[in-house]
Design a protein around this ligand. Sequence first.
Ligand SMILES: [Zn+2]
Length: 464
Amino acid sequence: MSFDLVIHDGLLVTSSDTFKADLGINAGKIAAIGHKLSGKKTIDASGLYVLPGAVDPHVHLEMPVGKTRSSDDWFTGTLAAAYGGTTTVIDFVEALPQQSLVEALIDRKSLAENRAVIDYAFHMTLADAKEYTLEEIPAVINAGVTSFKTYTTYEGFRLSDSEFLRILKAVSTYNGLVIVHAENDSIIKHFTQELIDSGNMAPRFHPLSRPAIAEGEAIGRILSLAEAVDAPIYIVHISSAIGAKELANAQIQRKNVLGETCVQYLLLTEAEYQQPGFEAAKYVCQPPLRKSGDCAALWKALGDGSILTIGTDHCPFNFVGQKDLGSERFTDIPGGLPGIESRLSLVYSSGVAKGLISLNQWVSLCCTNPAVIFGLHPQKGSLLPGADADIVIFDPTLKKTISHNMLHENVDYTPYEGYELQGYPVKTLLRGEVIINNGKAIDIKGKGKYLKCGPPQVNLQPLP
Ligand SMILES: [Zn+2]
């Protein structure tokens, strides 16, 4: 038989295996893996890696933050993602006060529809534990959102311990997963006030307002709360050695304790905040960048399998016109960094090429685990027959230097300016169609589809 498309002679890389084979695609799905497959169309991938399309579990596209919103919209942000080999993003729904969660999901979906270039799913933010909020959880899960975002900090979002317990219990009753931004609110308020009282309001003081211990304490406490009601938990954007240690300690006792880190916490450090003038504002994010020892601890946690996903927390704001809302005071700087486009290549270059993680771990961390944990596997994040033919063809020999000019993110800087890349995607396929070909996008606006997430899979085993 002849397939719609055959990718010939690539080195297939999955979360568990690496082998040379042809990959046959029919009707947008992976149809066969074998040798000497014949196709109506063919792609020669000899010398190249063929891996599942990357899944970014943590992005914020056109997200309202205070007086502004993140600068990438559903078209520009997903297009940039596609250039970098990401074929699925998981974004967030935040209901307005008094708005129903399902209604908020419908609104958020309508922003993405007809604009997203790649497929998308959502996490639902829970900002309270009121009876009517928790009662909506089954309807939200039914609508395809099975993970629930919570915060230990931020006015309007911060939950008390008892609210956490109620949410953890309710969400786990329906087989959903609570995910949490963990930083101790009182510690942050204490240091922020001290800095403001002493007139230290430049962006370089931002990291002092949110020390690593604030993250360590909050992660430890949340893990205890989850244990108390025997609920699974996923900690987002772990930034510190102490945070990673709290997670690993809990994992000795329990399986369903999961953690994510982000590219910026692996590669960038607080030294960036010493840049002159207002430049430090480019690196203001919550949690802040840490020390190089923290980066090393996070790489180690990826290597030993205690942290299972790498997201971007892509939340871009222009340096001119948005970050400068905080020119008088660092607390007014919209927090967030761009990074949706270069994740796969940065992690390969800084992780695989430097021997910190294996080739298969790279695929697990960036492609497979996010899909598995959030109930999108095997449709996404795999090369199994029957899966969506979302595929990245990656040239491990291609060298590039990151510059703002080469990226497609709708923002006026990149925090990775000058980073040397070893390896870059040369083709991105979404459901069997080439959408990016050697740096050129192919007529793709609105091709992305909404994905309903299934039950989260929380008992992942660390890879060897
Ligand atoms: Zn985030």
